[in-house]
Write a protein that binds this ligand. Structure first.
Ligand SMILES: CC(C)(COP(=O)(O)OP(=O)(O)OC[C@H]1O[C@@H](n2cnc3c(N)ncnc32)[C@H](O)[C@@H]1OP(=O)(O)O)[C@@H](O)C(=O)NCCC(=O)NCCS
Length: 333
């Protein structure tokens, strides 16, 4: 049946192509993830056309014989030294056109590109117990990481408890926060703290690591801003000037009620002092005070990341959905 499906690699993505992409992703998510708000057309356009940090993206559109878009694939090829073995796949087929080989055709184009680009690992995320999981297993991916997604709904939080946690004294530490790019006087300390994320549990994923420095943290903030999104950070700074930990929230463009947790990290030497809970409570308090349109935060944690899960549960996060990271190991020359 797949002979009726035609693949087109997309190069300079037009508004029409981005709209077709959005249509497929929205239909796919409405089918598999009815509780998850799909990205808006503007977000998809920005994701497809704006630069990413240290990576480039290849994209394909699958259309039926009548030219109607039925599936999309995006392949992110990382370029930084610790991650240039890795590619990440996003793949969606419109539910009305599934089980006709479109997904397999898109995957084979992505795998061929991985070979050309000498990638040894291809990773993709799928919901637990979903068609995506069955598809990944069919094509020889192995499950490398199990993620628990949690959600914090502000109408269900213990406001007084959050306030108390956010205002608690932590002798030797102070909180600071910023929007977008880190202030210059904290940039080196922030980059050092970001390197602490390299020990985040990633199961059996061949995820590599990234070396952060001040230029790279500024570049990351610029990528987010160019996409039209807003990055909020709160950090705990030790009296000696070290950044002991930080937490980041991404507010997508527009004013959608749901925001995404990005990193939360506490540097190993500063663990065990309740800084994670302090930082995250302060972030909830900041969101409540400064961004009244925000109603909920979604976060995901490796199933075995017991400390982060405990912090999140104490704040009021509740289980929401489960995803799996799959990895396909590719032969390299
Ligand atoms: C995963 C997805 C892209 C598959 O697209 P598709 O066009 O239906 O895939 P194909 O027709 O090429 O399927 C190839 C094989 O995968 C397996 N497969 C796909 N969907 C399946 C399902 N729902 N149940 C069981 N096996 C399935 C089958 O072995 C199938 O071969 P068959 O139809 O001859 O039995 C699609 O279901 C989707 O968009 N899901 C949501 C997004 C997602 O999870 N993406 C991550 C993918 S790793």
């Amino acid at each position: 049946m797949s002979e009726h499906i035609h693949l087109t690699p997309l190069h300079r993505i037009s508004v029409t192509e981005a709209a077709a992409w959005h249509q497929v992703v929205a239909a796919s998510m409405a089918h598999d993830l009815p509780d998850v708000p799909p990205p808006g057309p503007g977000q998809i356009h920005a994701q497809l056309t704006k630069p990413t940090l240290d990576s480039h993206r290849l994209t394909w559109l699958a259309a039926g014989a009548d030219g109607v878009p039925v599936g999309v694939a995006g392949l992110r090829l990382f370029a930084s030294p610790g991650r240039d073995h890795l590619a990440e796949l996003e793949l969606h087929v419109d539910p009305a056109h599934r089980r006709q080989g479109a997904g397999s055709l898109l995957l084979s184009a992505a795998v061929a590109a991985c070979r050309t680009e000498s990638r040894r690992s291809l990773i993709a995320e799928a919901s637990a117990d979903s068609p995506g999981e069955a598809f990944a297993e069919r094509w020889g991916f192995r499950q490398a990481l199990a993620l628990d997604h949690l959600i914090l709904r502000f109408d269900q939080v213990d406001e007084a408890g959050i306030l108390r946690l956010s205002k608690a004294e932590h002798p030797g530490y102070r909180l600071t926060g910023w929007t977008g790019t880190v202030p210059d006087d904290l940039a080196d300390a922030f980059a050092a703290a970001k390197n602490a994320m390299n020990d985040m549990p990633v199961g059996d994923l061949d995820y590599g690591s990234v070396d952060w420095d001040a230029d790279r943290v500024r570049a990351m903030a610029k990528v987010v801003a160019d996409r039209g999104d807003t990055l909020l950070t709160i950090a705990a700074v030790h009296d000696d000037g070290t950044m002991a930990g930080y937490t980041e929230i991404l507010l997508p463009q527009g004013t959608p009620p749901r925001v995404q947790q990005y990193d939360t990290a506490v540097v190993p030497a500063h663990r065990g002092h309740g800084l994670g809970l302090w930082l995250k409570a302060a972030m909830v308090h900041r969101l409540r005070a400064e961004y009244p349109h925000v109603l909920e935060i979604e976060t995901d944690n490796a199933e075995d990341n017991v400390h982060m899960l405990a912090v999140n549960r104490e704040l009021g996060f509740r289980s929401y959905r489960r995803t799996r990271e799959f990895q396909l190991d590719l032969p390299t020359a």
